[in-house]
Design a protein around this ligand. Structure first.
Ligand SMILES: C[S@@+](CC[C@H](N)C(=O)[O-])C[C@H]1O[C@@H](n2cnc3c(N)ncnc32)[C@H](O)[C@@H]1O
Length: 308
């Protein structure tokens, strides 16, 4: 039986999802951008490509597909299998923490644990959510973290920066889609430099932190993402050093920096032995997210050499 004759034996939505999951597994795809397994990935791609809701009741999985629908599903599955293009780029959108974001190759596919944490915030320091009135998101990419803050901190004005003008085009579209254009403002430029001259109660950032030499070893899917969003220099800390040294000047006296450093956690602790990082635990097991208070960051002004 040829490949296409075999595919003609796939009749229902369930048949296609089951076949896709097997083929994805054989192709050793990476599931790190929206799902974490082959079956969920096949279900997501099949439903979204047919404009069906992702929570489609199971009874409809027995529905037979029209010839043109089968072609659509086959085409998108084959792109995923042969080219390893992330599902979020094939579909032009992703869901995280129940929020939908437009995504394309101009921005990193949002997957930070900060999105879920900040959309329903319980902060690991003593503060009332209502008292947080200003937030800065540095390296906003698709705008996902800034938008999560918009939901979690309805009283806050949110400023977000990115060095990539292309990423900010996508971020603005997402902010419009979430109706937050009066709450969130974007500024293009290097880290905190383009922000207006105010102090923030919270600075949040998921900067690039992959070691340059590790980028080529990332799964093929990640290599569709902008290198600028991933490359953290020789030890992963190039952007993080500058962020740590600059943040205190932009924080209120009681303000905090909430920082995702992922796999650069160990290198960061080694580089700043005197900084009292508070590392957070997440239900899903994510690691590499820490908090520093403004007064702790000010220690760096006294230890000029640290991390340099
Ligand atoms: C890891 S991505 C995070 C994107 C988004 N915040 C998220 O969590 O999905 C890092 C982002 O920082 C941006 N970036 C890299 N260097 C920067 C710099 N020097 N100043 C501002 N943004 C920068 C990249 O363009 C990218 O959008």
């Amino acid at each position: 039986m040829t490949h296409n004759t075999m595919l003609h034996t796939l009749v229902t939505l369930a048949d296609w999802i089951r076949w896709g999951a097997s083929a994805f597994g054989r192709a050793h795809l990476c599931f790190a951008h929206g799902t974490d397994n082959a079956l969920d990935e096949a279900r997501w791609l099949a439903l979204a490509s047919l404009d069906l809701p992702l929570d489609l009741p199971d009874i409809y999985l027995g529905a037979r597909l029209l010839a043109e629908e089968r072609e659509k599903v086959q085409r998108i599955f084959e792109q995923r299998i042969h080219d390893h293009i992330p599902a979020a780029y094939l579909l032009g959108e992703t869901m995280i923490a129940g929020l939908r974001f437009k995504t394309d190759a101009r921005t990193l596919i949002p997957r930070s644990p900060l999105v879920g944490m900040l959309s329903f915030p319980t902060l690991p320091w003593d503060v009332n959510i209502e008292d947080i009135s200003s937030i800065a998101d540095i390296g906003t990419g698709s705008g996902a973290i800034a938008i999560a803050c918009g939901y979690g901190f309805p009283n806050a004005k949110i400023d977000a920066t990115d060095i990539s003008a292309e990423a900010l085009v996508v971020a603005r579209e997402n902010v419009y889609a979430h109706g937050m254009e009066t709450q969130i403002h974007f500024y293009q430029g290097d880290l905190l430099a383009p922000l207006p001259h105010i102090r923030y109660d919270l600075i949040v950032s998921n900067p690039p932190y992959v070691r340059s030499e590790s980028i080529e070893q990332l799964p093929a899917e990640c290599r569709y993402e902008p290198r600028l969003a991933l490359d953290g220099g020789s030890d992963g800390l190039a952007t993080i050093h500058r962020l740590l040294h600059q943040s205190a000047r932009f924080l209120t006296p009681e303000g905090h920096l909430l920082l995702e450093v992922g796999e650069a956690e160990v290198a960061l602790k080694d580089a700043y032995p005197s900084l009292p990082f508070h590392w957070l635990d997440f239900e899903g097991g994510a690691t590499g997210v820490c908090v520093l208070a403004a007064k702790e960051l000010r220690l760096l002004e006294r230890n000029e050499g640290e991390g340099a």
